[in-house]
Unconditional design. Structure first.
Length: 450
């Protein structure tokens, strides 16, 4: 079977496994008090360190492909109250968990929305406000930020660099002007080039570009050159996402019709052209959607088998505690997931009342934890030892087709993905996902594999 036929055969809806259990299977939600107990327990472990995620939901304009949790506004007077609420949320946690101030902070990520919606002064106030109350793990600290090149100044990059940021991720999506027009995101190549060069000159060590295939009116003839432009700018990392159609974007907000979207074979051809170009240009496929130069820490972690995966995607940094602050943010410990309120006024109200802004979450059972370890190992290392003879025969049966097509291998009780199978990692991972296998979702909740 050639590559195109394989892409067609395995292009079915499957989870992305940024968590296990995946979000639609979260059932046993913690109360706010329980969540604080789980955090306390995780922080009490000797030698534990932690990661922090800050969600800034604001964007000035709506990109009509966007599936992120955003608030579209040009009202920059909202910056200051939001920064205050984020700091307040941190202090609320700190009041219950004094240990938070002693544990070394290993990783910090600012995501959105658009973190650079905040002015340099507000970014500084937010970060300095937090740094005053945490201990930074100076030797190992890594801070990263997602930026929209249309709304990011060199000054903002400079302020974050001074405050310890060394990684930056630029939203690009596609360089083609017509595709950009149709998704309401005009972003000249020069703007992306200038910001990339400024970040490098300043000393940022890792630059990532987000690209999307499957956008309206994308063709192989237009997307191929967009990938070439990307390769010329040589970002250290590239995320190549499949466009997940967002039903809540109203047709009148879009400049394109459903018929403009490349579907089926056309969409797969876009993936194939990008995939081949990236590999030919020396990028290494890290796992689902992610590529990196051999010199990047992600590639090194893949090689050393120390890659990790969490809600922020692939990372070479493993901490057992991820604390998410901000509207809709997700947190996790080994035993529990927790998500904040997704509606901004509800989130603000709870934080201002000094409450934890719990929306939902999941307490992992012992079985969940065992399965999560297997899923994580398979998604990050591409191979996993199976538990016993029963699981081996289950895998043999469930992955019969993938074994026959040479996408996975089963040797000495270890399941591995083959080179050919790498784009189908998440299809194979389903065999380890007991919750999905026991109960299929009633509505369509997962995007296509490609
Ligand atoms: C928070 S944004 C990045 C930062 C900034 N807001 C920007 O757009 O430049 C996160 C990324 O998610 C991806 N994304 C958003 N909506 C998507 C969708 N419906 N399908 C696939 N990828 C999507 C885009 O590649 C986007 O760059
Ligand atoms: S892609 Fe980025 S800038 Fe565009 S709406 Fe989504 S979060 Fe905002």
């Amino acid at each position: 079977m050639d590559h195109s036929q394989l892409l067609k055969k395995y292009n079915v809806p499957v989870p992305r496994y940024t968590s296990y259990p995946t979000v639609p299977y979260w059932s046993d939600s913690p109360t706010s008090a329980q969540w604080l107990e789980f955090l306390q327990r995780a922080l009490s472990q000797p030698d534990s360190s932690w990661s922090m995620y800050l969600h800034i939901p604001f964007c000035e304009t709506l990109c009509t492909f966007c599936g992120c949790n955003t608030v579209i506004t040009r009202g920059h007077e909202r910056e200051s109250p939001y920064v205050k609420t984020l700091l307040q949320e941190f202090f609320n946690y700190h009041r219950h968990l004094p240990l938070l101030a002693d544990k070394p902070l290993r990783q910090l990520h600012l995501g959105g929305g658009t973190p650079t919606f905040l002015s340099s002064a507000h970014l500084r106030a937010l970060l300095e406000g937090l740094y005053r109350h945490v201990v930074i793990d100076k030797k190992n600290f890594v801070a990263s930020v997602e930026v929209d090149p249309r709304r990011t100044s060199v000054e903002q990059l400079q302020v974050m660099f001074e405050l310890g940021f060394t990684r930056v991720s630029l939203g690009v999506q596609d360089f083609d002007p017509e595709v950009q027009r149709l998704v309401n995101r005009i972003q000249p190549l020069e703007q992306t080039r200038e910001l990339t060069e400024a970040a490098r000159a300043m000393g940022y060590q890792s630059v990532n570009f987000d690209m999307i295939y499957g956008l309206p009116k994308q063709t192989v003839a237009s997307f191929g050159p967009s990938i070439d432009r990307t390769i010329e700018l040589r970002p250290d990392r590239i995320a190549l996402y499949s466009f997940a159609k967002v039903p809540w974007i109203k047709p009148q907000q879009r400049l394109f019709k459903d018929e403009d979207l490349p579907e089926g074979g056309e969409k797969l051809a876009l993936f194939e052209v990008a995939y081949n170009k990236l590999l030919q240009a020396g990028y290494i496929e890290i796992g689902m959607d992610h590529f990196a130069l051999a010199s990047d820490k992600l590639s090194l972690a893949l090689k050393n088998k120390s890659l990790h995966r969490n809600f922020m995607g692939y990372t070479e940094i493993r901490t057992d505690i991820l604390l998410g602050l901000g509207v809709s943010s997700i947190s996790e410990t080994r035993e529990c997931f927790h998500q904040n309120e997704k509606v901004l006024p509800l989130y603000e109200k709870k934080v201002q009342a000094q409450e934890v802004a719990t929306l939902r979450g999941h307490i992992l059972s012992a079985d969940d934890q065992r399965q999560r370890d297997q899923v994580l190992r398979f998604m990050t290392q591409g191979s996993v030892p199976l538990r016993d003879a029963g699981q081996v025969s289950d895998v043999r049966r469930f992955l019969e087709d993938m074994l026959r097509d040479g996408l996975v291998r089963l040797e000495q009780n270890t399941l591995s993905i083959t080179e050919l199978g790498r784009p189908f990692l998440r299809n194979a991972c389903v065999v380890l996902d007991q919750r999905l296998r026991e109960q299929k979702p009633e509505t369509r909740v997962f995007s296509q594999a490609l």
